[in-house]
Design a protein around this ligand. Structure first.
Ligand code: GLU
Length: 536
């Protein structure tokens, strides 16, 4: 068979959603598996919604996740190809296969309404305008669209995933818009031209495009193009059902913002109608607007369910873990293998193992994948990922660490599931406790004979005498203290933890003290002794 050529064709109207990334991945895997080509095309014909910042974020996220495209020097932007589309549209018009249509939106709504009353589907068919009508439309300053005259016949195709005979009967054919009033082609037109010109052999895309394919086939037939193979990928759903959408993030922000408003008063954010956002469940915020509102209410992006690739990057997943997980959203190996490197995914991927039923986005499974991946990854890989994570988390206190300290933090915080957790577990190194966990104090400071507080006093002296401040020397000194007093390590270590971390949880205690440094350790113990002795 000749070379397989696939493409990913995002519309730059927002950040890269995880569902789009799955589409890109499958196209990329098929191309790489077969030694074919994978192209990227920016579908920016919707001038009102397409933005350059969205293009930039799409490219950034695709690079991060690792789907290299083979037209890097010649990225296709549909907005730059309008003369090409226009020429083809003129040809279709000359052949009588396309024509200008002049209805306003209100008139179309009216036609739709009448179809609904008559209980028949609204299918636009060519209207016969009189000369007078045409003159009037022009006088009014109306701008026509161009519609394609879709031949009345059945449109069926074999889908590589959904099987034979997908499509619609002849009575579903309708004349659809191929050029909008602003002179831009519609998605349906541009997609067909570009796929043909790029030599795309296989189109893998979301199932929501299934019926669009009929219109695309009609155009291919009119223009004499080959029909590519189509594979419509199963929908990705949340565990409880429903689409994964940014709305879930907005919902959480809305809840928290309402609580904040009830406690603190009106939320004022420049350029955002917060009251509308709070009162209208359907209203949504752009990513930048979400950030502004969250800044006011003291909420962090990482508290939101991740939806966009940028969210997963900011949380601190490895791209290879995410790819492994995304690959299994609709595809499987056929045996029990689930954990695969990028190379294994490339070598094992095949179209015929893509399933029909919807795929569940199981966050618990992703967490498990991620934790295991970090456990098994080479330290150098994890360090590289940490550097990348810091580049997208400019406010992280971990920026205060040098490379060696970062390596140490990564080594001592085993078992984390994302890099953000390393930061969270390291907070104690950057902030002294301002309060102490009451339960822990009752259990580990007050109880015992001698009490935890007394052990802590002794530890203060022991540690003050340690000259070489490293994990091994600190450990030897504290163990000697335990032997001397006949106490188990826990009895001595827990009061130390409370002193340096404010509670009973910290990374391994000797590593923690070594990292913290002698001065800070002793200062925190002194503060604890002072605070907890007073109330004794
Ligand atoms: N721009 C379309 C989208 O983002 C592409 C659909 C297709 O792959 O044909 O949904």
């Amino acid at each position: 068979m000749s070379q397989i050529v696939t493409r990913y064709a995002p519309s730059p109207t927002g950040e890269q959603h995880v569902g789009g990334a799955r589409t890109a991945l499958f196209n990329w895997l098929l191309a790489r598996n077969t030694g074919g080509k994978f192209y990227l095309r920016i579908e920016d014909t919707d001038q009102a919604r397409s933005t350059q910042s969205s293009v930039e974020s799409l490219l950034r996220d695709l690079k991060w996740i690792g789907y290299d495209w083979d037209n890097a020097d010649d990225l296709m932007y549909q907005s730059k190809r309008v003369p090409i589309y226009d020429k083809l549209i003129s040809e279709l018009m000359e052949r009588g296969l396309a024509y200008e249509a002049w209805e306003t939106k209100a008139e179309l709504d009216n036609m739709r309404g009448q179809a609904a009353i008559a209980k028949r589907p609204f299918l636009y068919k060519r209207q016969n305008y009189t000369h007078e009508q045409l003159a009037k439309f022009k006088d009014e300053g109306r701008k026509p669209v161009v519609r394609f005259a879709m031949a009345e016949k059945p449109y069926y195709f074999d889908d590589e995933v959904l099987g034979p005979k997908c499509g619609v009967d002849a009575d579903q054919a309708q004349d659809f818009v191929i050029r909008k009033t602003d002179g831009m082609p519609t998605y349906h037109f541009a997609v067909v031209i570009d796929d043909a010109e790029m030599g795309i052999t296989h189109i893998l895309r979301g199932a929501e495009h299934l019926l669009n394919t009929c219109q695309h086939i009609a155009l291919q037939e009119a223009l004499g193009y080959d029909r590519p193979k189509y594979a419509h990928l199963p929908v990705i759903e949340k565990m409880g059902g429903g689409k994964m959408s940014k709305r879930d993030q907005d919902k959480l922000i809305r809840e928290r913002a309402r609580e904040w408003r009830d406690a603190h008063g009106e939320i004022v954010v420049d350029g955002v109608d917060v009251e509308k956002f709070l009162s209208d469940k359907k209203s949504q915020l752009e990513t930048a607007e979400q950030d502004k509102v969250m800044a006011v209410i003291g909420m962090e992006r990482r508290e939101l369910p991740e939806i966009n690739i940028a969210d997963f990057r900011a949380a601190g997943y490895l791209p290879e873990t995410l790819n492994n997980f995304l690959a299994l959203l609709g595809w499987s190996t056929g045996d029990d293998t689930e954990r695969m490197s990028m190379d294994e995914l490339v070598s094992r991927f095949s179209l015929d193992r893509i399933g029909k039923s919807s795929a569940k986005f199981d966050r618990a499974k992703l967490t498990k994948f991620s934790t295991e991946a970090f456990e098994h990854a080479e330290p150098q890989r994890v360090f590289g990922a940490m550097t990348d994570w810091l580049s997208v988390n400019p406010d992280s206190p971990l920026h205060r660490c040098d490379d060696d300290q970062l390596r140490t933090l990564l080594a001592m915080n085993t078992g984390f599931h994302v890099l953000a957790e390393v930061e969270q577990k390291s907070t104690l190194f950057f902030e002294a406790p301002t309060e102490y966990d009451e339960k822990a104090v009752a259990k580990f400071i007050r109880k015992g004979e001698p009490s935890g507080l007394e052990h802590l006093r002794t530890s203060r002296e022991v540690l003050a005498a340690v000259e070489t401040w490293d994990t091994a020397t600190i450990e030897a000194a504290i163990r000697k203290q335990c032997e001397g007093s006949g106490a188990g390590l826990g009895k001595v270590a827990q009061p130390l933890r409370i002193a340096v971390a404010g509670g009973p949880v910290s990374p391994p205690i000797f590593d923690t003290l070594a990292f913290l440094g002698k001065d800070k350790t002793l200062t925190r113990i002194d503060a604890t002794l002072a605070a907890l002795s007073e109330t004794a």
